[in-house]
Structures are given as C-alpha cells and as structure tokens.
Design a protein around this ligand. Structure first.
Ligand code: DQA
Length: 383
C-alpha cells in the first residue's frame, strides 16, 4: 500500500531484443543489476512547471499524448531496439515499466522474490521495506523511529537503489538531506495515496503541483476507484504531467489505469508475482499484464476495447480478443471493465481512444437505451 520503498532495475532486455540467455540474477536485492532496460537518462530533463490544463473529463487524450511523445526530448530513444513494428505503422515502443512489489518479511525471501520477478519479465522490483518497516500513517506497517527510517532509505540510495520512494509529507526534508550525495542516475519518487476515493481533476492537479514542488524526480499518485469513471481523471493527470508520473487507481474498478498506463503516459505499473499476492488492491499479475493484455504492445495509439459487466473478472473475452489482435498485428487492447452505471461510463469514455465495447449482464437492457439505432430483432428480444 504505502510507498516508502527502494527500487532496483532488473536485467531483462525487451523480449524482442533477446539474443542471448538472460543473465542470472544477482544474490542481493539492493544491488543495481546490469543492463537496464532503458537508458537511465531517459527522463533526466526536469521540466520546471507542471502544465495541467483544466480540461473537463471526458477528454480527447490521444492527441495530447501523441504530441507529448513525439517531442524529440521525450521520444523513446533508449536504444534502437526499443522500437517495434505493429502492422505497417512503426510505433515507439511502450515506455511504461512493469514493477513487481517484493514483500517478503526477510531479506532472503526478498532476494528469492526478486529473482522470480526477473524470470517473469518485470523491469523493476519495488523492495517494500515496510514489510520489514514503514510508518502506519501512509498505509504501511512501520511504527518505528522516523529518522531511522529515512536513514535506511539514504543507505539504500548509497548501496545502489535506482529509486527511493518517499511520501509527500517528508519529501522536501528527505530530498534536501541527500542533495549533495545524490548519485547521477538515482531518482526520488514522491508519492501520495488516497485509500478512500479519486479526487477531482482540480484537486489531483493541485496535488501533482505540490509533489513537483517538493523536488520529486518522479511523482506517484495512487487513489481509489469508487467508479470506473474515476480512472479518466487519473489518465488526465498522467497524460498532461510534465514530469514522469506514476498514476494508479486502486481496486477492481481501477484496473484500466494499471493496463493502459503506456497509452496515457504512466511511467510504470505494478505487476504481482502471483495472483492475490498484491501490495495494493486491483494489481494484475506480471503474467496477466504480459500474456493476457499484451502490455508491451500498448502505446499512445492503441485502441481500447473491452467487456462491460458486473461482475466481469470471470469473462474470457479479453483472452480471445487480445490473442486475435496479436495474431493479426492489430494495435488494440481489450480489457475487463467493471461498470456500475453504463450511461455515465459511455459518456466518460467516448473519445476516439475507446473504440468499442461488448456488454454483458446486468447492463444489456441499459445498453439498448443508450443505442442510436436498435435492430428490430433486438427490440423483439427485449420486449
Ligand atoms: O504506491 C504504490 C502503488 C501501489 O499502491 C499500487 O496501487 O499499485 C502499490 C505499492 O506497492 C506502491 O508503493
């Protein structure tokens, strides 16, 4: 849940660039592993202000995102191999990383989990020091001395962690304390969690500004989905933020935020080692991200489709459609959509990014009412 953690990059090159067997994992979790998937200066240019325009939702996200990703300073240029061919269109490779939360309660367990994350195809691990320690006030499990906690994080930085994640409440102080010692490619993630809801775009924008003002290299905002339409507000933030941003919406209704982050500018998503072993509600497994949703194929121009229902997680439609999309090289992704109110869902996700939906119970009759045209046969069925 909470985020006082250190992250290390894993060794995996992108799947299509694999020419030799993967290097065997190292035996220590807090040591930087060689051959990072992205050049670490990918996001080294810090932009001075967060320019979030207050565009109401629903928003046409794809154009904003396309403009951003095509700027030379912001293109995915980590290496030639980061580009992939999808159909006839050459697309920039998906820039979002998959990070596996590692939550063992001993160092040995964490090392084992780190190796497993690497085997499964994660790019990073988040070493959840709070499974050992973390303050209760941000949802974690640590109740010890705050200075000791921050000292442990500084030590992790010195020992080679690529990122340290600190909560907004302590960020300025922490960042000031490491100013002289910060290694060149090391970055501070400043995070904020909301376990109740997802605030308005305006409130999220204010929060983003405060995070940026704290000196964050990367900002992380995790909120809770009360309704699936909450995710649109998070996409708005990640699409418009001028610093690398992790924007995730917790809970099953927030699943889209975890799958589509590459489309809407999110820096990374969390994928678990095993089903149900989550560090926050709603996290998919690494395997689901990679094999079910074809995460590495998703980019700014990917069209979104999905199955609307309640419940919906049991639906096999995403397996069938994503497999079909992949086999014909179609740039689309098909997701599970847990919807409470069909009309408000359709109103929110009406941009060209959302290209089509299937609908199952209990929304079929509501779907009929939302249609512009109804086939006579369908009318008969619903009479
Ligand atoms: O802050 C975050 C995001 C997170 O809460 C999530 O929603 O996936 C998971 C945490 O492990 C991490 O520290």
């Amino acid at each position: 849940m909470a985020s006082s953690s250190a992250s290390v990059r894993l060794t995996n090159p992108p799947p299509h660039a694999l020419t030799s067997p993967r290097p065997s994992p190292t035996s220590a979790a807090n040591i930087r592993l060689p051959a990072a998937r992205f050049k670490s200066n990918l996001f080294s240019t810090k932009l001075s202000s967060l320019q979030i325009r207050s565009v109401p939702v629903p928003v046409e996200l794809s154009d904003q995102r396309r403009r951003r990703t095509m700027k030379p300073s912001n293109v995915y240029v980590a290496s030639g191999s980061m580009e992939t061919e999808i159909g006839s269109q050459k697309l920039a490779k998906n820039p979002s990383l998959i990070c596996a939360p590692v939550m063992g309660d001993s160092v040995e367990e964490m090392v084992i989990e780190t190796c497993k994350a690497q085997e499964l195809g994660a790019d990073l691990v988040e070493i959840r020091l709070d499974s050992l320690k973390e303050p209760k006030w941000e949802g974690g499990q640590y109740e010890g001395d705050e200075n000791e906690r921050l000292d442990a994080l500084r030590l992790a930085m010195e020992l080679g962690a690529d990122y340290i994640d600190v909560e907004l409440q302590v960020a300025s102080e922490f960042i000031k304390s490491i100013k002289e010692k910060k290694p060149e490619n090391f970055r501070v993630i400043v995070s904020s969690h909301n376990y109740q809801c997802t605030p308005s775009v305006e409130d999220l924008s204010d929060l983003a500004l405060r995070i940026q003002q704290s000196g964050a290299d990367i900002m992380k905002i995790a909120t809770t989905a009360v309704d699936i339409t909450d995710v649109a507000r998070m996409f708005h933030i990640t699409s418009n933020a001028q610093v690398p941003t992790i924007g995730l919406v917790m809970g099953e209704r927030g699943l889209m935020s975890r799958i589509l982050c590459s489309k809407f500018g999110g820096y990374l998503t969390f994928g678990t080692l095993e089903s149900g072993k989550v560090s926050a509600p709603g996290q998919p497994t690494i395997k689901e991200l990679l094999d079910l949703y074809n995460f590495r194929r998703i980019g700014p121009d990917t069209k979104v489709y999905g199955i609307i229902g309640k419940p919906v997680s049991h639906s096999k439609s995403p397996i069938v459609h994503n497999q079909a999309f992949k086999s014909v090289d179609f740039n689309g992704v098909y997701v599970h959509l847990l919807v409470d109110d069909l009309a408000s869902f359709l109103k929110t996700y009406s941009s060209a990014d959302f290209a089509g939906f299937s609908c199952t119970i209990p929304h079929k009759e509501a779907a009929l009412k939302c249609c512009d045209e109804v086939d006579p046969l369908a009318k008969v069925w619903f009479c």
